[in-house]
Ligand binder design. Sequence first.
Ligand code: DX5
Ligand code: ZN
Length: 250
Amino acid sequence: MLCGETQGRKTDTRICQVRFIYLAPQITHMAIVAPSLLAANFLRLEEECKMLNESEADWFHLDVMDGRFVPNISYGPMIIEFIRKTTRKPCDVHLMILEPEKFAEEFKKAGADHVTVHIEACPNLHRNIQQIKSLGMQAGVAINPHTPVTSLIDVLQDIDIVLLMSVNPGYGAQKFIPHSLSKIRELRKLIDNWNLPVLIEVDGGVTLENAKDIVAAGADVLVAGNTVFQSKDPKATISQLRSIETAKTL
Ligand code: DX5
Ligand code: ZN
């Protein structure tokens, strides 16, 4: 039996059975590491910033709490302005506050590169995003553990970062909520289906033990407070978090 004829030449099926093995291209996915200074020793803030600068940390994660949206108060633009002076790394400001529109300009002046607001705190979320972008900063939207990923659908194309809370916001050193992994996967699918350049940042309870699963689920950015600052060797811990990678087939 013949499988083809080219310019009068007949080809034997056995020749046609030569198979090409197609190797799908892979991209490696490495975590961006954003240590949260909430867990730093504020009496030695300058040294802590120096340590982060000398480390492989990618961003400084700065948690602002107002005692209203969350049951805790942390620090505001004044402290961020000081931190900004110590570093050239991007300052990733996570606003756990009501009415963030009242402070966006102040955070810009303090030197924020990214400003993330909570969907639960913003009845006019799209306006908040426009404001942050018009000030020349990257815009992030954070969702709490009870907020579904689908609530982001109508703003996903307008933002740079989704911050997925894997603990309830307000405090460091809490335990990672396991259900967050399926939320990360769901969000990854949405972002990839629409081919959007949005980063998934996971915040709360990230440890050296669970970081691999978090990255494998699709996270781009790992926020880590206590895991970094309570570590015996914070720089080595940052390097370990940063070297976590997953291969993704295109
Ligand atoms: C919690 C903050 C987190 C916190 C994370 O509300 O948004 O950024 O600092 O701390 P760890 O990594 O210790 O859970
Ligand atoms: Zn945070």
